[in-house]
Design a binder for this molecule. Structure first.
Ligand code: SF4
Ligand code: SF4
Length: 382
């Protein structure tokens, strides 16, 4: 049986979505494992109150098509997510409305309205041995993670693995950025979330992805691909190469590699479908630093010291585009390090406090925060 499956999907027309979903799932054994009476929670990517045409959220037509397939097998279907911000009725109702979730409701899905939280103990976790999560996930007999294919300021790529960060309640997310300020530790925490929740199936909406200043302020980009897999890390390796991202530049994949969870190359992954034909060669990427690779130049402590110096020289940082900033102050409210103040109706970042989590870049409603890489990093990453 294949580990990853990919098919072309030309549009979000209902018939096309159903055809593509049926076809992409077939090499993975279809939905035979779904039995009547099961509760299936679809963890979608509903990163904000944004219309589907923005390319930031899992498209409702695909969620509706999947819901119809699951309902046909007698399952109960709940769709949920906890984007950055409040995890409550009024905030999520706005997100559901603008992301077009009514379409999935008409197909028979329920939208999550349980906004309680729980704490999980996970001693097996590599990084996150105890974490808070959205309690509605406990209703699931099985979780299907259905994400969007996008660039990401902090993580290079957001696809199958990163989607599970939505299991952390929105109000807690800044604290997690502060707790794990280094991208590799933050990535390790997200790898742990996937190991804890063990979604049965991962789907990636790559019909229209997002390029550039993702995951919320980039541009929609037609890719025309629908992907599925049973292992989020192997699926992300394929997603990365599909849009021209070096897999080891993605912190979650780097962490998975450190934990021995992924093969060295995508050639070692059983892929069903002609993914070479679907590759996009000019996807506008958020390029990340390669500083971690400098650790191997010198052995021992010298290597570590050298890597730390290089890291300081190469780290990307958030940068304001003043002409786009409307001074709303949202970035300052969500900044976990309290590093942003509004002066003269523009956001000002205190560089000494900034932990480079890129929450401000991710959630600025105007796309006014961008990822800036030092010149030396741009030359080395060219
Ligand atoms: S959230 Fe965006 S628009 Fe609002 S103050 Fe911050 S940078 Fe400016
Ligand atoms: S200024 Fe932006 S990148 Fe820096 S800590 Fe605050 S939210 Fe994170």
């Amino acid at each position: 049986m294949a580990e990853v499956s990919i098919v072309s999907c030309e549009s979000y027309e209902a018939e096309e979505c159903e055809r593509a979903l049926g076809q992409v799932l077939e090499p993975l054994g279809g939905l035979e494992w779904v039995k009547s009476g099961m509760c299936i929670v679809i963890k979608a990517n509903l990163v904000g109150a944004m219309e589907p045409k923005k390319g930031a959220t899992t498209h409702p037509a695909l969620l509706a098509a999947l819901t119809r397939m699951l309902k046909a097998r007698g399952a109960r279907v709940i769709i949920g997510d906890s984007p950055g911000g409040l995890f409550n009725e009024s905030f999520l109702n706005r997100v559901y409305k603008l992301t077009g979730m009514e379409q999935a409701v008409q197909a028979g899905a329920e939208l999550n309205h349980d906004f309680s939280q729980k704490v999980a103990d996970f001693p097996e976790g590599k990084v996150a041995k105890r974490f808070s999560y959205t309690a509605y996930l406990d209703q699931a007999d099985a979780i299907i993670s259905f994400c969007k294919l996008k660039t990401h300021g902090m993580m290079s790529l957001t696809a199958a693995t990163k989607n599970l960060f939505g299991a952390v309640p929105g109000t807690m997310k800044p604290e997690y950025h502060f707790r794990y300020p280094e991208p590799l530790d933050f990535a390790g925490m997200i790898v742990d979330l996937n190991s804890y929740f063990k979604p049965k199936l991962f789907l990636v909406d790559g019909v229209v992805g997002m390029e550039g200043n993702g995951p919320t302020a980039g541009k929609p980009r037609f890719v025309g691909a629908l992907l599925a897999g049973t292992d989020c890390h192997k699926l992300d390796m394929i997603c990365a190469e599909l849009i021209g991202v070096e897999p080891m530049a993605v912190p979650t994949l780097r962490a998975a590699a450190n934990y021995g969870m992924i093969p060295e190359s995508t050639q070692d992954i059983e892929v069903a479908g002609d993914w070479e034909a679907l590759k996009v060669t000019d996807f506008d990427l958020v390029k990340q630093n390669k500083n971690m690779q400098f650790r191997n130049i010198f052995p021992g402590k010298l290597g570590g010291l050298f890597a730390d110096v290089v890291k300081l020289c190469l780290r990307a940082k958030p940068k304001l585009n003043p002409s786009a900033c409307i001074g709303c102050g949202y970035c300052g409210r969500i900044c976990p390090a309290k590093a942003i103040v509004i002066k003269n109706k523009k956001a000002v970042i205190d560089r000494k406090k900034c932990i480079r989590c890129f929450c401000c870049q991710e959630f600025c409603p105007e796309g006014a925060m961008e990822v800036q890489r030092p010149i030396i990093a741009r030359v080395l990453n060219r």
